[in-house]
Every structure is written in structure tokens, then in C-alpha cells.
Design a protein around this ligand. Structure first.
Ligand code: KG4
Ligand code: ZN
Length: 372
């Protein structure tokens, strides 16, 4: 079976072709057209610009994805498009494009939840391993606790099987990726902020930090499995003001004798902010995994590219003897292979391919939640 995935939920226009044969998956093409350069001057995604770019890029990205896969659209068995959650104007562009394709070529079409796609990315092949590093038998994976960390979501989801999700905890304010992006903005680093913070933090190894700082670990010891990252962002903002003497808010600065340059304090603050976020994410995930007696932990979403998060979660899960699975790095941030992969599991569960005309019922839903 050949599945063509389409993803436009935020600022990446992506199309991929996934082949599923005898239960083994192969990504035949995975094209992502990033809009980072377009949005970078604004410090974040501008929805109207993103939608316009998707419209322009979709036909080009589709034709490249088909070309690389070696197949014509006529050979595709199923179309899958992200229909939520995300920016509504961006989602609509992808959904409309997919519907027109489905109609023109008489193909079945299904709408896929973006978060379900991120989770499914764990099953995408790495090199010769057709299911990533996941065991082939579901019995060794489920029930699993999934930590979804992206620009828009931070959730702990209990997964009893493909398509069976229960929400265990979530952020009460900013998502982890959003917090990285906002802290990067305070430090006057570029967008997206996650990789920039990680890069700055890595510099600390080669510097000898004279400056000792400590940032809060919000809700780390709360009894539930929820998160909160907006307080951390504010703590960074106040600290930067106090250390550099720059006034970004109306509050009174705490007097410091030595005024430091932003450049000199960036690595220390980036290191500590990253450490604070990772500490909270890891501790809560491990606690929830123990409480729920899961057989594995899965990591998903753009922030799962973070090396420190991967390392710390690996150490903690090894200590608790709970296997941890992480998506291949190439599939951590938004892509369409993960959308095709989620579609594969939907059809693989014994669900028949949708009727060809059913695609017209696919609707963009900016607030679609897979688990409540
Ligand atoms: O999943 P994703 O590509 O898009 C959404 O669905 O939101 O996630 C994007 C987020 C951004 O906030 C970005 O800063 C963050 O993932 N991110 C990272 C890293 N790479 C991307 N955060 C921390 N460390 C990274 N290496
Ligand atoms: Zn995403």
C-alpha cells in the first residue's frame, strides 16, 4: 500500500510517500519546505503569511515528493492530511488541497490528528530497521506513556494501543516548545528558539561559568501530572533585566553592581533554562510511568529533538527499567511521513479504506484533541 501524507498545520509545507508492505514501512520520500526564514524576522509564525506560503508551495512539494518516490499519483492507494490541531488558516490550505487531489484522482482521503502523527513517528523506519527501534510486537510496547512536547503541545498521554489515548497531564499555560521560543526571544536569539537555546547551552561546556544562577522548576513537585512553563519564562525575563540593567518591563530592577552584556550571560541562562525544563519533563514522565505501570515510554514532537531531554529521559528510564523509545531525529519536527504513518495504523487496525467520496467530509479543526 502506498500512502501519501500532507502536512500544513503550522509553518512547514510537507508531503511524503510511505510504503507499507507485509507490515514493514518504508519512507519513499519526505519533503519539507520550511518557512523559518519568512517568519524569523517576526520572532514567530505569522498565520496569514504561513497560509499564503502553503498555497504556493503545496503543488511544488507534492510534485517533488512524487518524483523522489518514483511513483505517479495514480499509484497512490490512500491520501492522508493533517486536519487538526494547528493554525486554522494553515490547516484549511492542506485540507482543501488534499480534497481536490482526492476528487481529481478518485482516491480515498482521511484526516489525521497532528499529535497522533507525532506519536506515530516513533514507528518510522531508521535505516534498515523497518519500525525504528520499536519492537515489532505491540505487546512489548503497550500500554505506553507518551510525552508529547511540541511548539503547541505538552502532554502526557497513556496509550493502550494504536488509536487509544487517555490524557494524563498537560501544560496549564505555555507548551515546552513555546517556552523555548519565548526564552530565546528574551535572549535575542533567533526563531525557532529550541535549537538556539540548545546550541547556547552547549557552549557552556567550553566556558568556565563565573555566574551562578538558579531558575525555578515550576510544578515539579505538584501531585498531578500537569506542567506550567510561563513562570520560568518570566523568571528568565527578570533575571536578564537584573543582570544586564536593561528594562523590558515596568518593574524595579534589583541593584547589581556589575552590569553584564546579554551576549556574556546567554550560555549560562540557556543552560539553566533548558535544564529546568528537562528536569520537570523527565521527573513527571517517570513518576507517571511508574504510577501507571506502563511497559514503555515514547517521546514525540519537535522538542524531542533536544539532546539533553533525550539523554536525561534515557538515564531516568534505564534506572527505572522502563524501555524508552524516541523517534528518529529526522522525524521529530513537523513532517508528512508521520501523518502517512498514523494513517497506516488507522487502516491497519482492520479499518477498511474510507469510501472514495468520504474525503469530502474531512474538515479542518484547529482544536482537535486526541485525548481529554
Ligand atoms: O512539533 P513541531 O515541529 O511543531 C509543532 O507541532 O509545534 O515543534 C516545534 C517546536 C519549536 O517550539 C522548537 O523551538 C522546538 O520544537 N524544537 C526544539 C528543538 N528543536 C525544535 N526544542 C528544544 N530543543 C531542540 N533541539
Ligand atoms: Zn508538530
Amino acid at each position: 500500500m502506498l500512502i501519501l501524507g500532507i502536512e500544513t498545520s503550522c509553518d512547514d509545507t510537507a508531503v511524503a510517500v510511505l510504503e507499507a508492505a507485509r507490515g514493514e514501512l518504508r519512507v519513499l520520500s519526505n519533503i519539507v519546505s520550511s518557512q523559518i526564514k519568512l517568519h524569523a524576522p517576526f520572532g514567530g509564525v505569522v498565520p496569514t503569511l504561513a497560509a499564503r506560503e502553503h498555497e504556493k508551495n503545496l503543488p511544488l512539494v507534492l510534485s517533488e515528493a512524487l518524483h523522489v518516490s518514483g511513483f505517479k499519483i495514480q499509484a497512490i492507494d490512500l491520501l492522508a492530511v493533517t486536519s487538526g490541531p494547528g493554525l486554522i488558516m494553515s490547516l484549511v490550505k492542506g485540507v482543501d488541497f488534499a480534497k481536490k487531489l482526492a476528487e481529481k484522482y478518485g482516491k480515498p482521503l482521511i484526516g489525521i490528528n497532528h499529535i497522533e502523527g507525532h506519536i506515530a513517528s516513533n514507528w518510522l523506519p531508521i535505516g534498515e530497521m523497518p519500525h525504528g527501534d520499536l519492537p515489532k510486537t505491540d505487546e512489548r510496547v503497550f500500554p505506553s506513556l507518551c510525552l508529547v512536547v511540541s511548539g503547541g503541545h505538552t502532554e502526557l498521554i497513556l496509550m493502550r494501543g494504536h488509536g487509544e489515548y487517555e490524557l494524563i497531564g498537560r501544560t496549564l499555560d505555555d507548551a515546552a516548545g513555546e517556552a523555548f521560543d519565548k526564552i530565546a526571544r528574551i535572549l535575542e536569539l533567533g526563531y525557532p528558539g529550541g535549537p538556539q537555546i540548545a546550541q547556547q547551552a552547549a557552549k557552556l561546556d567550553s566556558l568556565s561559568p563565573k555566574l551562578k544562577i538558579e531558575l525555578p522548576r515550576p510544578m515539579m513537585h505538584s501531585k498531578n501530572f500537569n506542567f506550567s512553563f510561563s513562570g520560568l519564562k518570566t523568571a528568565v525575563l527578570y533575571l536578564v533585566e537584573d543582570l544586564t540593567g536593561s528594562k523590558k518591563t515596568k518593574r524595579k530592577l534589583v541593584k547589581k553592581s556589575a552590569m553584564l552584556t546579554l551576549e556574556s550571560i546567554r550560555p549560562v541562562i540557556a543552560f539553566e533554562a533548558q535544564a529546568a525544563m528537562v528536569d520537570v519533563l523527565v521527573l513527571k514522565t517517570i513518576r507517571a510511568a511508574e504510577k501507571l505501570k506502563v511497559k514503555s515510554i515514547l517521546l514525540a514532537g519537535g522538542v524531542s529533538a533536544n539532546t539533553r531531554l533525550r539523554q536525561r529521559l534515557r538515564e531516568a528510564s534505564t534506572e527505572m527499567a522502563i524501555p524508552l523509545f524516541v523517534p528518529p531525529l529526522a522525524y521529530t519536527t513537523d513532517n508528512a511521513a508521520m501523518i502517512a504513518c498514523a494513517a497506516y495504523f488507522k487502516t491497519n487496525k482492520g479499518i477498511k479504506l474510507p469510501r472514495i467520496d468520504a474525503g469530502s467530509r474531512v474538515k479542518a479543526n484547529a482544536n482537535w484533541e486526541i485525548a481529554r
